[in-house]
Ligand binder design. Structure first.
Ligand SMILES: Cc1cc2nc3c(=O)[nH]c(=O)nc-3n(C[C@H](O)[C@H](O)[C@H](O)COP(=O)(O)OP(=O)(O)OC[C@H]3O[C@@H](n4cnc5c(N)ncnc54)[C@H](O)[C@@H]3O)c2cc1C
Length: 510
């Protein structure tokens, strides 16, 4: 008779929860152990004196991937989660005092661009058309499939896709062929920082990001981004997953070359047929896995994304000059990336991003007040950076810059919390405090990125930002789809009979 198999999942991040729900729906007994008190990992939420702040993600792209997770499990997303589209998308404040608002209203977008660089709108449309090709090629050929070996990646069709999507070139250099004005070159390339990578180092395929923002939209869940992991957790429980919070996993246990389960911090051992690790992959290999059993290849050579110095500010007033999403560019665009990624120092005149989520969902701040989320991109942890001294300096620079923009906000702060790269590292066990996990340069994407199945221990799997396909909320939900395909294969080899796999639906045509 077919056996009912069990799986343990280490971590209740978005990837872990999405995968747990899929596994339980397939017919496995699934337990999730999460060290923090709440679901979502980096997609956590902070409540302070009537203000609600998302701590990490503030932008949801590719909502069709979220929708598919619910649909595949036979549940309508609308019963769990309500999404609103943000338009205008954001306003960029350049260092010279000029501004640019991105909007899907093309006539207005054209006026905005032509003001900065006459003749640029037609080229912008061509840039977006390339972005659409990159979006489709990337989804159809690269991020929606598992690669078992390099040969599957280096087929003539894949190579054609790489050239079509310009994956072999750098984004900033491709964007510079479309725009002459440095402000526009910055405005269509800074989005790679959503992945924590410099546009000077990023494959040009990430031109899909500005396309996705305008063509598919920037979305915001009612209640904030944390509503997404809350919804996934409810979905998971509805299909039978058990989730335990404040329960840290101390190690993954092995017998020979098989994982046998996990050992919890309190010494309890939990056995399972399959182990799925949602903890940050390089951190997990270093801390949870016995290197005598298996180890992460090229571990010392891997490159990491940037981190974020965060301020969550409750103001005693509203600031009508700020929309939901606002970007403030510092002085030296190229130099700031070299500082963050090569010199490991905070740029002298840092760029930063401000979100006012209560613009879209007023329940997130007291009436008549604004809650500001400030993200300053900074290097990952480095011995030369002491956040006790860097933090106050960065804070002062942010308020000084806002004052230059005519926003005298410091005296209106009534609630304030900060979160540094050291906090990202310790709270969520992120290697080097890298906010987005492993980097996404050409040799760390596709089959070059650490696999979601350990090459030696075949029943040990990974899901999340530092495995394939990569970082970002929709991407880690794709990661959940991909790893569950592999786990189904392993479960079938162990003799399990599973519910039929969902038919992989093509993406909504974009
Ligand atoms: C500041 C910031 C801004 C971002 N902005 C965006 C954005 O706007 N849009 C977007 O799409 N993405 C954004 N991202 C990226 C996005 O947050 C991540 O890619 C995604 O949330 C990663 O999910 P994950 O499944 O890899 O898990 P994680 O969020 O890393 O969760 C893993 C979980 O495992 C738990 N864990 C680790 N070790 C153990 C253990 N030993 N025992 C038990 N539990 C353990 C952790 O506590 C954590 O809860 C942002 C990230 C940051 C930090």
């Amino acid at each position: 008779m077919a056996r009912r198999l069990s799986a343990v999942v280490v971590g209740a991040g978005v990837g872990g929860l999405a995968a747990a729900a899929r596994l339980a729906h397939a017919g496995l007994d699934v337990q999730v152990f999460e060290q923090t008190p709440a679901p979502g990992g980096r997609c956590a939420q902070l409540h302070a004196n009537g203000y609600t702040f998302d701590m990490g993600p503030t932008i949801l792209l590719m909502p069709e991937v979220v929708e598919r997770t619910f649909r595949d499990l036979g549940r309508p997303m609308a019963s769990y989660l309500r999404l609103h589209r943000c338009d205008p998308n954001y306003t960029i404040h350049f260092r010279d005092g000029s501004r640019l608002t991105f909007t899907s209203e093309l006539t207005r977008m054209g006026e905005e661009l032509e003001r900065i660089e006459p003749g640029s709108f037609a080229r912008f449309l061509r840039f977006l058309a390339l972005g659409r090709v990159q979006y489709r090629t990337s989804l159809d050929q690269f991020v929606s499939r598992n690669f078992d070996h390099l040969g599957q990646f280096l087929t003539p069709a894949s190579l054609r896709g790489i050239f079509r999507a310009r994956a072999h070139r750098r984004l900033y250099s491709v964007a510079s062929e479309f725009f002459r004005d440095d402000r526009l070159r910055a405005a269509v390339t800074f989005q790679t920082m959503y992945l924590g990578i410099s546009p000077y180092d990023s494959p040009a395929v990430y031109g899909l990001l500005p396309f996705s923002e305008l063509g598919v939209g920037i979305w915001f869940p009612e209640g904030g981004l944390h509503a997404l992991p809350l919804a996934l957790e409810r979905l998971a429980r509805d299909v039978g997953v058990h989730v335990a919070y404040r329960t840290a996993v101390k190690s993954i246990t092995f017998e020979g070359k098989r994982a046998t389960g996990v050992k919890l911090e309190d010494g309890t051992e939990v056995s399972a047929d399959l182990v799925l690790c949602n903890a940050d992959l390089p951190w997990a290999y270093r801390n949870l896995i016995d290197p005598k059993v298996t180890r992460l290849r090229r571990a010392g050579k891997l490159r990491y994304t940037s981190s974020g110095y965060m301020m969550y500010l409750g103001l005693d007033r509203q600031v009508p000059e700020l929309g939901h999403h606002n970007v403030f560019f510092g002085g030296d665009y190229r130099g700031s990336f070299e500082d963050i990624f090569e010199r490991f120092r905070v740029p002298a005149d840092p760029s930063f991003y401000v979100a006012v989520a209560n613009r879209t969902d007023p329940s997130l701040a007291p009436a008549g007040c604004d809650g500001l989320y400030v993200l300053v991109p900074v290097p990952r942890q480095h011995p030369s950076l002491d956040w006790a001294t860097e933090g106050p300096r960065v804070r002062a620079q942010v308020f000084a810059r806002l004052r230059e923009e005519g926003l005298d906000l410091e005296r209106h702060v009534v609630t304030e919390r900060v979160f540094t790269p050291d906090d990202w590292a310790s709270r969520f066990s992120l290697e080097h405090g890298s906010a987005f996990g492993l980097s996404h340069h050409f040799f760390q994407v596709g089959p070059f990125r650490p696999s979601n199945q350990d090459p030696t221990v075949r029943n040990l799997f990974f899901v999340g930002a530092s495995t394939q396909p990569g970082t970002g909320l929709p991407t880690v939900m794709l990661s959940a789809e991909l790893v569950v395909q592999r786990m189904r294969r392993e479960a079938a080899a162990l003799g399990a009979t599973l519910a039929p796999a969902p038919v992989l639906a093509p993406e909504a045509a974009a």
